[in-house]
Design a protein around this ligand. Structure first.
Ligand SMILES: Nc1ncnc2c1ncn2[C@@H]1O[C@H](COP(=O)(O)OP(=O)(O)O)[C@@H](O)[C@H]1O
Ligand SMILES: [Mg+2]
Length: 210
């Protein structure tokens, strides 16, 4: 299974989602984490993880632009699960990731949502599908304010569904646990302090990787 966590926006929790999925998958079997973002936040997390001697870890590599597809295709054949993180803009790496993946997860925040950007992203996804016909694309509602979860997401879900987009049942809320975990090269589960965050990530893993 090859999953790209992608968007043409930054700050929507692509890297947070990618490293959590990769760490959870690594507990189950050989896992490759490809960092296609020049800012390399997933690779930084992996380095902090090594420093903190946490395990198991996904094998983590940084790949540039279309190497995400070329190298990624060869390398991912040796892993049960491959997770690709990309930067927050339209880039060679993003397009390569969409060609490599079986599933693209698109994190979307309710407060930072912007329809024009979504249209641009859908166009890029459409092009990827010309070559990668079986690509599944699912929206992940992420960084949702837990206090206004239901009202905030309702309109957004309606809009996305009208646009013909599939939405994952799992929702990730804005929770401090996620920030803390990343800084420590950990997952929310490993820190064990934020049960709601743990439950949300577990549900996401079960939905996309079980
Ligand atoms: N669910 C969340 N709750 C709280 N903070 C989050 C959450 N997801 C991401 N963040 C924080 O938001 C910022 C952007 O997240 P990041 O995963 O780096 O996004 P992206 O990779 O899309 O740019 C980071 O500071 C991160 O710690
Ligand atoms: Mg990122």
């Amino acid at each position: 299974m090859r999953i790209a966590v992608a968007h043409i926006k930054g700050g929507v929790s692509k890297s947070t989602t990618a490293v959590h999925l990769a760490a959870a998958a690594a507990k189950r079997g050989p896992t490759l984490l490809i960092d296609g973002d020049p800012q390399a936040s997933a690779a930084s997390w992996a380095a902090w993880r090594r420093d903190a001697k946490r395990s198991p870890s996904p094998t983590t590599i940084v790949l540039k632009d279309r190497a995400v597809l070329d190298e990624g295709r060869t390398l991912s054949a040796n892993y049960e699960t491959t997770i690709v993180d990309v930067g927050g803009r339209d880039s060679g790496a993003l397009r390569a990731a969409l060609l490599l993946a079986d599933l693209a997860i698109i994190p979307v925040g309710a407060s930072s949502f912007d329809a024009a950007t979504m249209t641009d992203l859908q166009e890029i996804i459409g092009m990827a599908r010309d070559f990668n016909r079986d690509l599944k694309v699912k929206i992940l509602l992420s960084r949702i304010d837990p206090r206004t979860k239901n009202t905030e997401t309702k309109e957004l879900i309606e809009f996305l569904q009208e646009e013909g987009m599939e939405i994952l049942e799992s929702i990730i809320c804005e929770r401090v646990g996620f920030r803390r975990a990343i800084k420590e090269g950990a997952t929310v589960e490993e820190l064990g302090k934020d049960q709601l965050a743990i439950n949300e990530m577990q549900a996401l893993f079960n939905e996309v990787l079980k």
